[in-house]
Ligand binder design. Structure first.
Ligand code: PXL
Length: 277
């Protein structure tokens, strides 16, 4: 049977992140993608001023009830940016009610980067997000998010493999079955994606080139492509290669003056090539 994915996150109408990234990318992987918008914003909150924000929390229970009655179930549920503790509770509930028997639950905490929480989030939210990662098959934090969820001091650079291993063990201790952390840098010019599952002896890495710039939305692009690749049957390590190479190609395709997002659209052919390998 063809697989079906549900993704739960906001619609930032302009800004190349969250649902405007997840829907096209997972669809491009050839997978039916249903969406549950958690909020509608005029833009994302990372650099624009004066954005609008409509919270859709109160719409979620009715949508979930309807789908449950219709017998609609998903093979994977991927969550990104969520706006409140209550939304996290609603997601935990829909994991149970809308997941197929083998549903893959993929949680990208999408709440912080570069050592700082995004606008509007606090420590209590970060701990609540930790509890959502605790029920995930795959948790996809960046280093900042992993630190905030596990009360670990954030180290920007110069950390070693022991620090990363401890951090990953702490995320697994929350309950996640597998943790995938992007942006691991042990030496100049190289970035790693680290993967560790419960019971693994060692971290697996996929390394790719490190560019001398950062682009907004790359976490969402990575998580979307990773989800698409996993649902296509790739292993977590293969999915890391697909998503890592695609995200990198998107960054390379992004014009220098394009400050608010990543022009991943131009790299869709790379995604399709990577999926064929
Ligand atoms: O890319 C993550 C993200 C998603 N949604 C909203 C955001 C951000 C990051 O800034 O502001 C609304």
């Amino acid at each position: 049977m063809d697989k079906k994915v549900l993704t739960v996150q906001d619609i930032s109408c302009v800004g190349q992140c969250s649902l405007t990234v997840a829907l096209p990318i997972i669809s491009a992987c050839g997978i039916e993608t249903a969406i549950l918008p958690s909020a509608v914003l005029s833009t994302h909150t990372g650099g624009f001023q004066g954005w609008t924000f409509r919270d859709l929390t109160e719409d979620i229970p009715g949508i979930v009830d309807h789908w449950e009655k219709e017998g609609i179930r998903f093979d994977a549920i991927y969550t990104g940016y969520l706006g409140s503790n209550r939304q996290i509770d609603l997601v935990k509930d829909l994991f149970v009610r809308l997941g197929s028997s083998k549903c893959l639950k993929i949680v990208d905490p999408a709440m912080a980067d570069h050592g700082k929480l995004y606008y509007g989030f606090d420590e209590v939210f970060a701990h609540h997000m930790a509890s959502l990662c605790g029920v995930a098959d795959i948790a996809l934090p960046n280093i900042t998010e992993a630190c905030m969820m596990t009360d670990t001091p954030y180290v920007d650079a110069g950390y070693d493999e022991r620090y990363v291993r401890e951090l990953m063990d702490k995320v697994l201790a929350l309950g996640a079955k597998t943790v995938v952390i992007t942006g691991i840098c042990y030496e100049p010019g190289k970035l790693g994606i680290a993967i560790l599952s419960q019971g693994d002896k060692e971290i697996s890495y996929y390394y790719h080139e490190r560019l001398d710039r950062s682009c907004h939305g790359t976490g969402d692009i990575f998580a979307s492509a990773f989800t698409g690749a996993l649902v296509c049957g790739k292993s977590p390590l293969e999915a890391a290669r697909v998503a890592g190479n695609f995200t990198l190609a998107g960054m390379k395709a992004t014009a220098k003056e394009h400050w608010y997002g990543t022009q991943f659209e131009k790299a869709i052919p790379v995604l399709l090539e990577e999926l064929k390998k």
